[in-house]
Design a protein around this ligand. Structure first.
Ligand code: SF4
Length: 428
């Protein structure tokens, strides 16, 4: 548990809202959680958590219901017995990997995922990954990243995983035309929709990170323009910039407005004429607006409090306020990446209370004092708040559910409308 220190209020710059900065006890899941959606995205990858029984329980309970015939994640449990010698732990890890890859030749990419128990921290997983990669090349590539819960939030697991993939991306040819790279795990159906829109706009080639298969890693280089699909990819963005890529400044593709702004940033970077852009997006924009209208009727005027959990909070708050007419009581985020979120912050209503980091008891006090209509928070806070009569939405659902793009705008709104409907039914 971290020491409690006073809240700092950061001075507002021109066009930047004031931010409460808190550093205290936090209530968040760790980065291992990302495996739950990443294993479904990269279809020939396997995630081997190197961790404790606690890590195994977390993964099983978070993802257990989604296991089909052949699971694509597991935990190699390192316990006190292995403290006897690090050499033994390394040898044991090699044995586990060899057994796994012999039994599952379909695995083309293996991630060794570190965790926070001290026995695991002492293991050099990146060395183990490069040793094992050499041994199993070319049929399987072994990479490593950390999903540790120390000083991270659950979405940082995806950031660490994608950042680990960047060095393996092939180099772009020096004479290649400009290419677009969309970074951030998307549901297959959403990727297909975006591909169709980019095709209609005449933007291409378009690559997606992570790809659906490990041998489809897109090339990267100075001709790459990157659109981030998620706001929590700071390390991935940095790694792509090191490879020469340029970030496009855009809001995130949540809701009709965010999706239009996101696509427009790509259209402008690739010189798409404004008339063509408007013609391509007109029909899906209209569909999204029409699908959102009934949700707006139900949600307008309701007050929402967002606890810091997924780092999706600022773009979601923008969507809730501007497209659904909700009032923002407080918008918390574990980290505020000012550069990646500049377009989002500019769109938030004037006077929005933003908080970065967490001191959970203080924040709970503020929430109780405000009695919002809806609280968006992690699983650990939801049950106690429900018991106090508040209506909650688990923020983790926003990462598991396809919510990007025009066709999913109404599904995103529905995620916030449902708990209010359920509460109204219970009260009736
Ligand atoms: S990585 Fe750390 S926080 Fe996450 S489940 Fe394992 S022990 Fe717990």
């Amino acid at each position: 548990m971290n020491a409690r220190i006073p809240i700092a209020v950061e001075a507002a710059g021109c066009g930047t809202p004031e931010v409460l900065r808190e550093r205290g006890q936090r209530e968040v899941f760790c980065g291992l959680t990302g495996i739950v959606w990443l294993h479904r995205r990269i279809q020939d990858a396997f995630f081997l958590v190197v961790g404790s029984r606690t890590c195994a329980h977390l993964i099983q309970s978070a993802a257990g219901v989604m296991i089909f015939a052949e699971p694509r994640f597991a935990t190699a449990i390192i316990d006190e017995r292995d403290l006897a010698g690090l050499a033994d732990a390394q040898a044991e890890l090699d044995r586990v990997v060899v057994r796994l890859l012999e039994r599952r030749p379909d695995i083309r990419m293996l991630f060794l995922v570190g965790s926070c128990p001290s026995e695991v921290i002492k293991l050099d997983l990146s060395r183990a990954a490069s040793r094992l990669s050499q041994r199993f090349a070319p049929s399987c590539r072994v990479l490593s990243y950390s999903g540790s819960g120390i000083e991270t939030t659950f979405t940082q697991g995806e950031d660490a995983c994608l950042a680990a993939l960047v060095p393996s991306m092939p180099a772009q040819a020096p004479d290649s035309p400009p290419a677009l790279l969309v970074a951030g795990a998307l549901a297959d159906i959403v990727e297909d929709q975006f591909r169709r829109l980019f095709d209609a706009l005449g933007i291409g080639p378009v690559g997606f990170l992570p790809p659906r298969r490990s041998d489809e890693l897109p090339a990267v280089g100075p001709h790459t323009r990157v659109l981030l699909a998620q706001p929590f990819l700071a390390d991935t963005a940095r790694a792509l910039e090191v490879r020469g890529a340029t970030m496009l400044r855009a809001p995130f593709p949540f809701g009709e407005e965010g999706t239009t702004g996101w696509l427009r940033a790509a259209a402008e970077a690739f010189g798409v004429p404004a008339e063509r852009f408007e013609a391509v997006v007109a029909a899906p924009r209209e569909r999204a607006r029409a699908a959102l209208a009934p949700h707006r009727e139900r949600l307008a005027g309701k007050r929402v409090f967002l606890f810091p959990d997924s780092q999706l909070e600022p773009p979601l708050a923008r969507f809730l306020a501007r497209e659904l007419g909700m009032g923002l009581v407080e918008v918390g985020t574990p980290y505020l990446h000012r550069q990646h979120l500049a377009e989002e912050l500019a769109l938030l209503p004037a006077g929005t209370r933003l908080s970065e980091g967490q001191d959970v008891e203080r924040q709970l006090d503020r929430c109780r004092a405000e009695r919002p209509d809806l609280v968006v928070c992690g699983l650990g806070l939801a049950n106690p708040l429900e018991a106090e009569g508040m209506t909650t939405k688990w923020s983790i659902e926003l990462v598991f559910t396809p919510v990007h793009g025009y066709e999913q705008a109404a599904d995103l709104a529905e995620l916030f409308a449902r708990p209010l409907r359920r509460r109204a039914l219970l009260a009736a």
